[in-house]
Design a protein around this ligand. Structure first.
Ligand SMILES: Nc1ncnc2c1ncn2[C@@H]1O[C@H](COP(=O)(O)OP(=O)(O)OP(=O)(O)O)[C@@H](O)[C@H]1O
Ligand SMILES: [Mg+2]
Length: 242
């Protein structure tokens, strides 16, 4: 089943089409990679799908239901959650407070993975070691990225968009987050991963979508898109090997 269907969508900032007549699908229950050069429209895609910046043209279907033009909170209630490329976590709030807001207010008839119930459970599941009473202003980048994932997971999504959740992490941290993404996916959540490290894409993802200058450049298996001549020319470089 298709989790997300983007049908002829455009988002323009003045004369710049950050998303330019894009049609694509995200297959259900996959880990799908969304890749492309800097400025190709990946974060705008997340903003568009999650309702922050609605498309000026086109339709967005979540599990075959139209969500185009809905507010972000309505889209969250329908089962789609996202993280931010630059973590957007209020410094003065604690880890527990940040996770508790969606735990209390997001739709509750979907279950959290693995019998998780409390904010502390979600924090632990996401690999956060500091106590939930720790203010977010004291956290490392790596932990802020985990708080972003924990907050999104606490929305009980069935589609989760992760905007560069592994960027700037050590190899060990990135491997742990990869394990977490796999576990979230095995609990029945379709995950879209934006990532620039192609080894991670090849190891983690079953499907890949490539944007370039706001347009869809390729979609298919990671192997198909990473060997596509157009993708190599626009993004990876001709000498690219995995
Ligand atoms: N709010 C905005 N106002 C004006 N222009 C914007 C806005 N958001 C994004 N853009 C522009 O839209 C284009 C796509 O940006 P976007 O952030 O979606 O790219 P990206 O693929 O996420 O890049 P990166 O890999 O660097 O994160 C860029 O040219 C960017 O400058
Ligand atoms: Mg981005």
């Amino acid at each position: 089943m298709t989790a997300l269907h983007i049908d002829g969508c455009t988002v323009a900032f003045g004369g710049l089409r950050a998303i330019d007549d894009v049609t694509l699908v995200v297959p259900g229950n996959t880990i799908t990679a969304l890749i492309g050069p800097n400025g190709s429209g990946k974060s705008t895609f997340v903003n568009m799908v999650s309702g922050q910046i609605p498309p000026s043209r086109g339709r967005i279907l979540l599990h075959s239901e139209p969500i185009t033009g809905m507010r972000s909170d309505q889209i969250v209630h329908r089962g789609l959650a996202r993280t931010y490329q630059v973590p957007k976590v209020p410094k003065e709030l604690t880890i527990g407070e940040v996770i508790s807001v969606p735990l209390l207010y997001a739709r509750s008839d979907r279950a959290l993975p693995g019998g998780l119930r409390t904010a502390a459970d979600v924090a632990r599941y996401c690999g956060l070691r500091p106590p939930v009473s720790t203010p977010c202003g004291r956290l490392s980048v790596s932990d802020l990225r985990r708080v972003e994932i924990a907050r999104a997971l606490a929305c009980r999504p069935n589609v989760l968009l992760l905007d560069e959740s592994m960027a700037g992490l050590s190899l060990e941290d990135a491997n742990q987050v990869m394990g977490l993404v796999r576990e979230i996916n095995s609990s029945g959540v379709t995950v879209v991963v934006i990532e620039h490290v192609m080894r991670i894409i090849a190891r983690l993802c079953g499907h890949a979508i490539v944007l370039n200058q706001g347009r869809l450049l390729a979609q298919g298996s990671p192997r198909q898109v990473l060997t596509d001549p157009g993708v190599r020319e626009a993004y990876l470089g001709k000498g690219f090997t995995l």
